[in-house]
Design a protein around this ligand. Sequence first.
Ligand SMILES: Nc1ncnc2c1ncn2[C@@H]1O[C@H](COP(=O)(O)OP(=O)(O)OP(=O)(O)O)[C@@H](O)[C@H]1O
Ligand SMILES: [Mg+2]
Length: 481
Amino acid sequence: MRVFKTLTARLVLSHLAVSIVSISLMATFAGRYLFQAVIAEAEHNLQGLAVAAGNAIELPIEDLRAGRATPRYIKDLLARLFADIEDLQFTVFTVTGTAIADSSDTLPNVATSSNAPEVLTALESELGRGISIRPDLQGKSYMYIAVLVNRDIEVTGILRVGIPMESTLAGARRTLWILIGAAAVIASMVGVVGWVLARNLARPIRVLTQATKQMEQGDLSVRVRPTGPEEMRRLTEAFNRMASRLQSNVNELRAFVANASHELRTPLTVVKLRTEALQQGAMEEPEVANRFVAEIETEIDRLVRMVNDLLDLSRMEAGLDSNQRITLSLSTIAREVYEAYKIRAARAGINLSLDIEPGLPEVHVNEDQIRRVFFNLVENAIKFTPPEGQVEMLLRPGPTGESVRFLVRDTGPGIAPEHMPHVFERFYRADTNQSRQGTMRGSGLGLAIAKSIVESHAGEIGVSSQVGSGTTFWADLPANA
Ligand SMILES: Nc1ncnc2c1ncn2[C@@H]1O[C@H](COP(=O)(O)OP(=O)(O)OP(=O)(O)O)[C@@H](O)[C@H]1O
Ligand SMILES: [Mg+2]
């Protein structure tokens, strides 16, 4: 049944089960103890009575045997002695089992009475006493005690006294019921406590379940206020963190898709417009046609580059490029990149220099990827620095000494502080310089790729800049231990 699977039901039921079991055990043991105690006390009292009465009839029995007294005398004596005790039965036997006197007016059937267990035990036991609890002739529960009556060392008779046990036992039974009743009250209180506890525990779980459903339906803004026991609070806090993380990831993804579509649309629109123009007659004028075809080619190149960059980025983010690492000196890559850009820089009127501090440790890297980082940083510096400017490539020890730092310092326009936190984001371009538009226009993926590569090497990338005087990008790569 489904309802028994809920936390509340389980907790309440287990509390109840434990209390019911303990109450039953308690009732059993307490009951047994109670009855034993009551019986022991009754036995003690009865024995006192019987011994005293036995002493009292010692002489009368002797007189009876000598013919100086009648059985009636003995009966009256005992009746007087026991006058205060209701429903008491007594019988006096001779040693041979003949009844001499009895509390009832008719003398009991000798055969059954003198064979009663208490009488037999009294005759056999050393103490000369026997006790038994059994129904009397009317079927009521009685406790009987038989004591021997002695004259010197000779046994002269047997006295049996019985008291009704019904009321004594009923008293014990009543006490036991009161005990069980109290225990039942405690059990139900325990059940209530279990229920309150379970509800307190279940409430935050219900709230969390509700929030999870809301998330499932696409509402990522749900947060839950942590309540309840410590463990639940921690779970709730973890849930909230997860929700925030998910929300920001989804937002990032949405922005990315919007940016990517926007970036892809621009060149596609150019291609479309130029193609249309060619179809509508521009083909006739070879000069215009050539220009349009060249433009189409440039845009397609840019598209190809952008798509490749995006593919590389997602591959790197999925961690697919982490193998193929070799141990090398970064100076090799730095020199290669320097050689590759020297002429281009000179053509742009920029002085490109390379300075490598000797004795730097080697690094363990994917050579192609690190070359790409260096390319991107140097290319940016050359791209954004106006003629007559300076671009310096530097290799230095890292700040902790356990890494190597590559720096690219330029004398370009710098990056405004409001753009600084975003330059490593995909598609982000701080550059608004119109003269850089056209073939020089980038897609804003270069630094995102560089960051992704450096971080996948457990390195760090950063930038410092002063508007108007220049920018320095740096990348730290851990030294090969
Ligand atoms: N050396 C620099 N000086 C000034 N601004 C820079 C410099 N390097 C990068 N930036 C700014 O940071 C932005 C992001 O650079 P990033 O390399 O990611 O993109 P991009 O060069 O515009 O395009 P892509 O690298 O994809 O061709 C640039 O658009 C530019 O605004
Ligand atoms: Mg770039």
